[in-house]
Design a protein around this ligand. Structure first.
Ligand SMILES: NC(=O)c1ccc[n+]([C@@H]2O[C@H](COP(=O)([O-])OP(=O)(O)OC[C@H]3O[C@@H](n4cnc5c(N)ncnc54)[C@H](O)[C@@H]3O)[C@@H](O)[C@H]2O)c1
Length: 267
């Protein structure tokens, strides 16, 4: 059900790869709520999935950008502002990729060059995006910047590998840069810590199916799905949350505050 919460707002959505992507659903919900959007993803991702079809459906330009490249980010932001005829109100960073996970390296035997590349893609890109946006003065007063994260930043999930440190870094960038954005233009910066979700990035983690079921049982409300995550992003982009900043917000059906759930022990 749409409430026109984003009427007149303009924003950029990173990371819609296919219909399962969290960003895909967020993009659809943004437009339902009255926003105009630009879609972006890595140049290589243009060959997969259907981001172009999503763009046509939502009347949104698709501008490729490798989120690790300052030149690509500058080009993306300049072209987006030209398209909108002004600055942005919101941005979603929905980007995650681990080279060591992809190449099935264990945490105790990672390739450290790959680890640095993982950090660059999954976390430093968030700083690069915010720095470029600040340099170009690309955000409207009171805007909202979000990134998606996971509870492995705070707790140990052995198979999440180097993505745990990526998410810790990402959340730290949200806090530190959030201060500067608040002072500059009352722009809010937050991370949403989402339940395990059946997407390309999620299911790349070893043992994901079993873990998905475990988290679903441990969470009193069950795992939060993609649709509810998209709803939460809409609220965070809206003016209703104008005083929320520098926070890591758990969107996980209660998982993060659980200690023990009898149903998990049941044979
Ligand atoms: N799926 C889960 O279980 C889960 C849980 C918590 C948080 N998250 C986070 O949600 C976010 C979105 O992931 P998803 O689950 O929708 O999976 P997804 O695979 O659909 O999305 C990941 C996106 O990152 C993009 N990407 C990779 N390298 C890039 C680069 N260099 N430049 C620009 N984009 C690049 C991919 O093309 C893809 O669109 C990620 O940050 C992920 O860590 C996912």
């Amino acid at each position: 059900m749409a409430h026109q919460l984003l009427q007149g707002k303009k924003g950029i959505i990173f990371g819609a790869l296919d219909e399962k992507s969290i960003a895909w659903k967020v993009a659809e919900r943004c437009v339902e709520e009255g926003a105009q959007i630009v879609l972006t993803n890595a140049p290589v991702a243009m060959r997969f999935g259907g981001i172009q079809q999503l763009g046509e459906k939502l009347n949104a330009p698709v501008i490729p950008a490798d989120a690790t490249s300052m030149d690509d980010l500058e080009n993306l932001l300049n072209n987006s502002m030209e398209h909108f005829g002004g600055k942005m109100d919101f941005m979603l960073h929905s980007i995650g990729m681990s080279l060591n996970v992809r190449k099935k390296k264990e945490y105790t035997d990672v390739n450290h060059e790959w680890m640095l590349k993982t950090f660059d893609i999954s976390a430093v890109s968030f700083h690069k995006l915010m720095q470029t946006a600040m340099k170009l003065n690309a955000m409207n007063e009171g805007g909202s910047i979000l990134a998606l994260t996971y509870i492995a930043a705070q707790r140990v999930f052995p198979d999440y590998n180097e993505m745990a440190e990526s998410k810790a870094l990402l959340e730290s960038f949200a806090r530190s840069f959030g201060y500067h954005w608040a002072k500059k233009a009352r722009v809010r910066v937050n991370t949403i810590s989402q339940s395990p979700t059946m997407t390309t990035a999620g299911s790349g983690v070893k043992g994901f199916d079993d873990f998905f079921g475990y988290a679903d049982k441990m969470s009193p409300l069950g795992n939060a799905d993609t649709e509810s995550c998209a709803d939460y992003c809409i609220v965070m982009f809206s003016d209703l949350t104008r005083m929320v900043t520098m926070q890591n917000l758990f969107h996980d059906g209660g998982f993060s505050n659980m200690g023990m759930e009898p149903a998990v022990l049941a044979p």
